[in-house]
Design a protein around this ligand. Sequence first.
Ligand code: DAH
Length: 330
Amino acid sequence: MAEINLDKIYSSFLLALEESDDEDSLSRIHKEFLGKDSVISKQRKNISKLSDLDKKKFGNKIKDITQKISLEIQNKKINLQKVAYKNREDKENSDISIDWYENTGSKEHIISSVMDEVVQIFSSIGYTVAHGPEAETSWHNFDALNTPVWHPARYESDTLYIDKKLQNLLRTQTSTVQVRHMKDNEPPIYIVSPGRVYRSDQLDSTHSPVFHQIEGLAVDDAISFTDLKGTLEFFVKEFFGNNVKTKFIPHFFPFTEPSAEVLVSWKDSNWLEILGCGMVDPNVFENVGFKKGTQGFAFGVGVERLAMLRHNIDHIKNFYDNDLRFLRQF
Ligand code: DAH
């Protein structure tokens, strides 16, 4: 009889639990079924009236039911909390990416798009792209490129070294990729190599300690200075338009002989230097293990410089400030 009572109590507990939908009603249920004057404690009081055998049996049953009830209340409480959090989250969950900034999509940075454009121009005449590391050895950056040990470009005031023995550095020019590419490949070679370079420069309107260059290299049978001129004139016209005038003036670079600077006059502006170039010095070919008599030309162009000229940008830092008012113009 006593046991039937307990079963009924348990069934009515389950009913009450099912109907409960907040923590208040749960604590009421807890009080009603497990509290000091609860139905179960009343049953517990009956134990003393039972025979020894029944005492044990009934006692165990009460213990079981008490445990079950308290566990189920606990679980229900956790579930209710989860539902409450979820509701709150749904209500409060505003998408912070919306309306925070005006949603205008993304856009390529002007430096990347100028680099892409130059690469496109050269790939249209058969050049492929080669890459090299930004952390380089002094050998690739200077020695292999025929740069004498006394050359000022090697000074710590110009170059950012990354070890005390000055054997490793942040590349100061993308010309390093010429060396790497020639070490791994045989002529004919037609490559351009866009990338970031580093110099120990103070920021001013035309200099930045980090900037971008595109190196070019062509090595093939009987390549001559005429090929160099024709190729760079084609590039300049493609990039600035047919009205641009081009002038080659003699210059010096350790890795080319003869060397030249290319100047452009555009929209009636003064002559402005845009790149360095020349016929690859035989010592460079020797350093990479190419046979005597190999011929080729190379050039190096500053990406920021190209962009500044074309868009009339007066300070190099505009490229790195990431001011959207500037970037959106291109
Ligand atoms: N590396 C040179 C610089 O950073 C640019 C350059 C000039 C590259 C002449 C060349 C070249 O390949 O032939 O100033």
